[in-house]
Design a protein around this ligand. Structure first.
Ligand SMILES: Nc1ncnc2c1ncn2[C@@H]1O[C@H](COP(=O)(O)OP(=O)(O)OP(=O)(O)O)[C@@H](O)[C@H]1O
Length: 393
């Protein structure tokens, strides 16, 4: 008899991602047991050979012709685990699938230090990961400082005003910094995150409420971070499946009280907003929102590419933006060109909102002699003759 359907589903999701990682970081081919050993040439002992100076690192032994270099170690994949149901299910699937594919698998849990006893819990989670057979496993304590505007990990949770704000964002920043450091320390090829389809639906709704275009509707990417470090195998899987997989495998899980605390926007959305939407619109809302994320991402990527190509064609020989050519572009492409120009001039991406770009756009489409527009980062946009000048002033 095969595994429970929930367990089969989480394993399949992880197996697919491990296959992708292996394609990008091929494992050394395993030598069949009966393959002939490569003879290792023996260097004759030379008593007159010069000695290494004391304390110096030994010089690498020149490899005799014909000696096969040692194979690189198989890629290491870490699971980022809070101890919650989603990431515990992910850890169990990784522990099951990785050895079968010749991948090394470890884990990391981050202690944000925001609740009493969080250090003890982090140690417990680390032990559970080791009990699953994962290694190396780290429990890392972080200091949660003020939140930044950075949105570099494919997730962008914000408050209603558009800025990434509050303790949630600050904890996330500290967590990703710790995860990045762990990946560097261990030379990991990837870090798996347990975001599910339900998390994706919530992220899309938060983006919708922000009203800043299809990029914010595109939710979290399946692959993100430096060099595609972060992978989200469960983005197509619902939260109930992950929880069920933990239940049938008797995996203890920790339910973060923040997840049910109505003080948090995401928690209200999860427990009040989405159920109300499902009641009004019927089942399938979560699935539809997750599909919206994927479609929006594809559209946003295409428009970004178009805008990158258009950016050169709207400049004069001196590299200045020509208003007439900007005017001829479709609005979605023009706004992207303007946004990119403002960022290149020094405006911080996280503080540049749709309303800023709309004002700059009016210099092109609604020109009636307006003055200069002040943008974040002391960047100024103004129309001079038929040119749009955006620079730090
Ligand atoms: N303290 C932590 N240490 C390590 N990884 C974490 C931690 N918190 C969250 N993560 C990672 O980020 C993912 C998303 O976390 P988030 O808090 O948004 O969701 P969650 O619903 O609480 O997830 P989970 O049920 O896995 O705890 C988790 O699945 C996990 O991979």
């Amino acid at each position: 008899m095969g595994p429970h359907p929930a367990v089969a589903a989480i394993r399949l999701a992880v197996r697919r991602v491990l296959h992708d990682i292996l394609t990008e970081h091929p494992s050394p081919p395993s030598r069949p047991a009966d393959a002939p050993q490569q003879p290792v040439p023996i260097t004759p002992y030379d008593p007159y050979a010069p000695c290494e100076p004391y304390g110096a690192a030994p010089a690498p032994r020149p490899r005799p012709a014909g000696e096969v270099p040692p194979p690189p170690p198989p890629p290491l994949v870490l699971v980022a685990c809070s101890g919650g149901a989603d990431s515990m299910a992910l850890a169990s699937a990784l522990a099951f699938e990785a050895p079968k594919l010749g991948v090394r698998a470890g884990g990391i849990t981050v202690d944000h230090g925001l609740q009493p006893g969080s250090d003890v819990r982090a140690d417990e989670v680390a032990q559970r990961l080791r009990d699953l057979g994962l290694g190396p496993v780290d429990a890392v304590a972080v200091h949660v400082g003020p939140a930044s505007d950075r949105a570099a990990h494919g997730a962008s949770y914000t408050g209603g005003g558009g800025r990434r704000v509050g303790p949630e964002a600050a904890a996330r920043d500290a967590r990703y910094t710790a995860l990045d450091a762990a990946a560097e320390r261990h030379g990991a090829a990837a870090i798996l995150l347990g975001h599910t389809r339900d998390d994706q639906a919530e992220t899309v709704l938060l983006g919708l409420a922000r009203g800043s275009g299809i990029r914010s509707l595109s939710g979290m990417a399946a692959v993100s971070g430096a060099g595609g470090r972060y992978r989200r195998p469960f983005l197509q899987l619902d939260r109930q499946t992950a929880r069920k997989a933990c239940l049938v495998q008797s995996l203890p899980v920790w339910d973060d009280p923040h997840n049910t605390d109505p003080a948090y926007t995401r928690s209200r959305l999860r427990h009040e907003g989405l159920p109300a939407l499902e009641k009004a619109l019927g089942k399938g809302v979560v699935e539809a929102l997750a599909r919206t994320a994927q479609l929006s991402r594809d559209d946003a990527d295409a428009l970004d590419t178009w805008a990158r190509q258009a950016a050169d064609s709207v400049r004069d020989a001196a590299g200045r933006l020509e208003c007439a050519k900007l005017h001829a572009l479709p609005p979605a492409v023009r706004r992207r060109v303007l946004r990119r120009a403002a960022i290149d001039a020094g405006a911080p991406a996280g503080s540049l909102f749709a309303r800023h770009i709309e004002e700059v756009d009016r210099l092109i489409t609604g020109w009636r002699g307006q003055g200069a527009i002040n943008l974040p980062g002391k960047v100024v946009a103004q129309r001079q003759g038929g040119r749009l000048v955006i620079r730090q002033g």
